[in-house]
Design a protein around this ligand. Structure first.
Ligand SMILES: [Zn+2]
Ligand SMILES: [Zn+2]
Ligand SMILES: [Zn+2]
Ligand SMILES: [Zn+2]
Length: 274
């Protein structure tokens, strides 16, 4: 037997095992009967031997099942099982099984988690709710002007001094097998325009974005900036010095005769550089 087929065989045995009632009952033993969440170490016991997860224990003064007090001992075997067992992802339909620490990482990206359409947060006109894995298809059918499968997008943005929402534009570029979130933000107080690009990727800085502002009637006049992309999980992305910032008076000088700002945002993979 080749090693490839034996490893796929092992996978098959594992996935069959994970679906048995027997396995399900093991997971049940490791699920807190109070909050219904998977238990991880530390796990607490009452004097009758009922188990409770750490967060529920912190909030209680007695066992929720028998109403007796908690015991001084901890169930070491249960705790060590909780560290090793492959728990199923709780999002309906998701086939993922993993240890709790890996499952927590998975939860952030799980394609089966239910989300709202992110376009709604910026443009406020979409009520879609569904699985994360189906969101892009939704965008390609409903928000066609804001998504592309090319590594660049060109925008004509009408300048409107009355706009108060800071995010002027938000769009998605699906390229390099990733999804890049492009934001154009008007920082009114700071008197500047900002562009930033977020990607769901730990090594986001290996991707670059370029903002190229141009005047269609005067090709020699342009402003071009190149900056690294930011990771989606970076909460401070707005504060980054590595975004594109342009003073608003420079933006005014780039408006065309109809008061449109014309710009292209391009995503670049560092490895593709000459
Ligand atoms: Zn609990
Ligand atoms: Zn009890
Ligand atoms: Zn999942
Ligand atoms: Zn939508």
């Amino acid at each position: 037997m080749s090693s490839a087929s034996s490893s796929s065989g092992r996978k098959l045995v594992l996935s069959t095992l994970l679906e048995t009632d027997h396995y399900e009952s093991l997971i049940k033993e490791l699920t807190c009967t109070k909050c219904n969440r998977y238990m991880k170490s530390p796990i607490y016991l009452c004097v009758e031997g009922h188990s409770t997860c750490g967060p529920c224990y912190e909030k209680s003064y007695q066992c929720h099942i028998c109403k007796k007090e908690f015991a001084q001992i901890r169930p070491k075997v249960l705790e060590s099982l909780a560290n090793k067992v492959l728990f199923p992802c709780t999002n309906e339909g998701c086939p993922k099984h993993a240890t709790l620490s890996l499952l927590e990482k998975h939860a952030v990206h799980c394609q089966y988690r239910i989300i709202n359409c992110f376009m709604a947060r910026v443009y406020g006109e979409c009520k879609w709710e569904g699985r994360a894995g189906e969101w892009m298809d939704h965008c390609f059918s409903i928000h066609k002007q804001r998504v592309t499968e090319l590594p660049f997008i060109t925008i004509k943005d009408k300048w409107d001094a009355k706009r108060t929402e800071p995010v002027l534009n938000y769009f998605l570029l699906k390229c390099y097998e990733k999804i890049f979130n492009v934001y154009q933000i008007y920082d009114r107080k700071g008197g500047r325009m900002m562009w930033t690009v977020l990607v769901n990727e730990e090594h986001s800085e290996k991707f670059y974005f370029e903002v190229d502002i141009f005047l269609p009637s005067l090709p020699s006049k342009r402003i071009v900036y190149r900056r690294p992309c930011k990771c989606e999980r970076d909460a401070d992305f707005l504060e980054h010095t590595q975004n594109v910032y342009i003073p608003v008076e420079n933006i005014f000088s780039m408006l065309d005769e109809n008061e449109y700002l014309n710009f292209t945002v391009r995503i670049d993979d560092e490895h593709k550089e000459k």
